[in-house]
Design a protein around this ligand. Sequence first.
Ligand code: NAD
Ligand code: UGA
Length: 471
Amino acid sequence: MEIKNICCIGAGYVGGPTMAVIAQKCPHINVTVVDINEARIQAWNNDDLSKLPVYEPGLDHVVKEARNRNLFFSTKVDQAIDKADMIFISVNTPTKTYGKGKGMAADLKYIELCARQIARVSKSDKIVVEKSTLPVRTASAIKSILDNTGNGTDVKFQILSNPEFLAEGTAIEDLLHPDRVLIGGDISTAEGKEAIDALVNIYATWVPEKQILTTNVWSSELSKLTANAFLAQRVSSINSLSELCEKTEADINEVAKAIGMDSRIGSKFLKASVGFGGSCFQKDILNLVYIAKTYGLNEVADYWEQVLLMNNHQKRRFAHNIISTLFNTVSGKKIAFLGWAFKKDTNDTRESAAIYVADELLNEQSKVSVFDPKVQKEQMYTDLDYLNTRSSEENRAGLSVFKDPYEACKDAHAIAILTEWDEFKTYDWQKIYDTMQKPAFLFDGRGILNIPELEKIGFVCYKIGSSKHNY
Ligand code: NAD
Ligand code: UGA
């Protein structure tokens, strides 16, 4: 089966970059990315490539090459569905904020709306691809909607699961050189196999075939949640030991290096931090925990929930350490944050540790000043307001945002590194020190700065997972 037209519903962090790369690599396929969010689509169509709605290194280059050649961004959802042979669903699947499963289960309302819309509009056979991260067995719900709510025409649907493993900040690199591509489908029927092959052929344009895995649809769905749970578990594991290091004069970087050289353990994802953030780790583990509970697997649920409890502890611990170090009061004191994004090289702030650390400090009436190279001021206020801890006015009075890092740090009692942006390492730290209140405290929540150098200047430093601080 030859795919000529692809539609992707959802022009977000996944839909945009993923489709841009497919379009770049497959000039013979027309790819239309649709979204109900008009502002987002307008931004994708912006002539000024620095204003794309998603910041990812290399994305502008890919979009420039493919846009208006065979890559299109549009709000005409019905039209794109109608024309497509293959439809990717790449909409958001946030944690439910209401009803049964509130705070844990994935909210599948956007997925269901897509399925109903596809069923209503389609007049020809379609391959529907789950790109969003979904609870295991969602494909059966999608299939039931597609098969039972059609428009009367005899349309056949094949459902594939093709979870996305890209990480933000390295999305383009991850898409161009994925460790693997996973495609789940109905391997028991000829039509199912044909649909799987159609998607394999697209990826095979640039991904070596041995790295394209095909499985049954349930394994594929569950593998995505499992991969994120394992990655997050490693971060929580190393973070849990960072606290023990601080008590015992062991150094977490040395421990991580020592264990990471064991090829069975591996060296990646062992960087101790102020806590993991991002739109997915927490959401996907909550989802996994919820699924386990619905099957009565309470021990399984408890096991994975601990990864989240440890992460929350790490964020709180970092904030409380600042408070206790600053003589148990931060009231009225300026604390400068370098970084607000949940990791470097992205403008995404979802679930960023910075939000929670700021919230704790604002509770103690601190004046938080923030500099982040990519995050907009309004986004920071939106993030804080979302927590509902205090009024929007109070958040604006307590937190100020600076365009210049030196201004953000001027007169501060302490600086906290919340994101590992490379540029922080290149600052004139003597200049920063000279403008600060003394003692000038520095809390490196990412372990990126040269602490001995900073201590020579006069900073009083704390580094996650190290007891070598001089206060
Ligand atoms: P996002 O919020 O950035 O984008 C989702 C988009 O879908 C939004 O622009 C929204 O307006 C649109 N949308 C929702 N309902 C729609 C509808 N009915 N019709 C048209 N458009 C609709 O989300 P994201 O970060 O791209 O994540 C999408 C999915 O991919 C999630 O399931 C997520 O778990 C998964 N995922 C995300 C990442 C990541 O790095 N962000 C990585 C891998 C997987
Ligand atoms: C993660 C996964 O890495 C992707 O494979 C997956 O596709 C994606 O989630 C998703 O499903 O959304 P992402 O959240 O973009 O990607 O970024 P990561 O690099 O995984 O970082 C997540 C968080 O963990 C960040 O806050 C990061 O700073 C933190 N982290 C990561 C650490 O604190 N230490 C580490 O060693 C690694």
